[in-house]
Design a protein. Structure first.
Length: 424
């Protein structure tokens, strides 16, 4: 941002007058009540370009409220043009409703996605128009009119257009991949980009990942880019359609295989298909980098063949409303195939990454609840800890989704007594 260009008077000065380079900039701040969350919110506001980003400037400051600042509370300094938007809304919205004026929103390409509370419904079109006017990259503003995941099994939602055209065909770039899709027909949440990156960082080239609720491929496409085999499944036919197109566009067809099945069935079927593919000696064929035509054919590099291993290394289950209810399907996953794993080989049983919702609390309540829900599905009691320690589960806090609700990811290695038990 060119907020601090040197004044014209500075060009004629023979001595340094620091006052010429001083400027007071009225702006707006987001107060953060829990300092431990400051990094999370800075990252989220940064994605939506709401934080004031300047060279050698730290947007984290003491809270403007002196009482809160005295308690060590912090705030995030936001872009000055956001203050204009807020000021416009303050001039229209009644004073008793100004404690939580909607200034933040989700985005998917050119679409801004609001989830307005009932008390702001009379002002929704004004809010939509202000957002449209003050955000050049936004062309359409919508408001969600139902609950994602509760009224539709495919996590899509009904919506109303508040400003701009009803154009839901969007393009999003994430992790070096391009995603084109109809935002009204598939699930996408830009706030999960950090979680996509965190999970994908665990995958190693040449491994197999079973993505049970893959959506349009936010895990699958980036993993395919790094040479990870992904059997990617989604029950939504529209998600499967876009996933297939995205796999082709991002040139990961050698590694990513799309499926359109029920997740309950896919869990065991994926393990069987991978083993069969390995037994057939299936592989990804990577063409060598183009070389000059002057290089003799006999000296040109051969294609690289990456074999499909016989077992799955990771299962990803990103359906937080119900993923834990799919865990009973892992019983008997590798029944009769004990020789594929330790101690007979160096191969470990798969890591399960199941996203879920739980109550928001600072004590052990949500962790104990998640462990109990896992136990009710697989019959093995796990305790919070490390995914690599037998009998433990790593429970990662992903994000807050409501004042009393938080999204988590429970990662644990499939216990042998579950994997090798008889199939139901």
């Amino acid at each position: 941002m060119n907020l601090f260009n040197p004044p014209a008077a500075a060009r004629a000065a023979k001595t340094l007058d620091r006052a010429l380079f001083s400027r007071t900039l009225p702006t707006v701040a987001a107060s953060v009540r829990e300092n431990k969350l400051i990094s999370k919110y800075r990252k989220e506001f940064g994605k939506t370009r709401e934080v004031l980003m300047l060279e050698k400037f730290d947007p984290i400051a003491a809270d403007p409220d002196e009482a809160l600042a005295g308690q060590g509370k912090k705030c995030l300094i936001l872009r000055p043009d956001l203050k204009i938007s807020v000021d416009i809304m303050r001039s229209i919205i009644p004073e008793e409703l100004q404690d939580e004026i909607p200034a933040s929103f989700n985005t998917a390409g050119h679409v801004a996605h609001l989830n307005l509370r009932d008390r702001y419904q009379p002002y929704k079109y004004v809010i939509g128009q202000v957002i449209l006017d003050k955000n050049p990259v936004i062309r359409t503003v919508i408001n969600k009119t139902d609950d994602v995941g509760t009224q539709n099994e495919f996590r899509t939602f009904s919506y109303e257009v508040l400003a701009g055209p009803d154009d839901m065909l969007v393009e999003v770039s994430e992790a070096g991949c391009v995603f084109n899709f109809d935002y009204s027909k598939v699930y996408w949440n830009s706030k999960l980009s950090g979680e996509h990156e965190r999970i994908c960082a665990m995958f190693k080239p040449g491994e197999v990942v079973a993505d049970v609720m893959a959506g349009i491929g936010p895990f699958a496409a980036p993993a395919g880019k790094k040479g990870v085999f992904v059997w990617a499944n989604d029950k939504n036919p529209e998600s499967y359609k876009y996933l297939t197109e995205i796999v082709k566009r991002n040139k990961v067809t050698e590694f990513v295989k799309p499926f359109n099945e029920d997740g309950h069935d896919f869990i065991k079927r994926a393990a069987d298909l991978v083993l069969e593919a390995s037994q057939r000696r299936d592989c990804a064929v990577l063409k060598p980098v183009k070389v000059s035509r002057s290089v003799p054919p006999e000296k040109r590099p051969e294609p690289v063949r990456v074999p499909v291993p016989p077992t799955i290394s990771h299962y990803v289950m990103n359906l937080p409303a119900s993923a834990l209810e799919f865990l009973h399907n892992f019983k008997g996953l590798y029944h009769g195939h004990e020789m594929l794993f330790t101690p007979h080989t160096d191969t470990k049983l798969p890591l399960i990454h199941a996203h879920c919702f739980a109550v928001k609390a600072d004590d052990a309540t949500p962790l104990d609840d998640i462990c109990q829900r896992i136990y009710s599905e697989i019959g093995v009691q796990l305790k919070p800890g490390s995914a690599e320690v037998e009998g433990e589960v790593a429970i990662h806090e992903v994000r807050d989704v409501a004042p009393a609700k938080r999204m988590f990811c429970a990662s644990f290695r499939l216990p042998p007594e579950v994997a090798f038990s008889p199939r139901a």
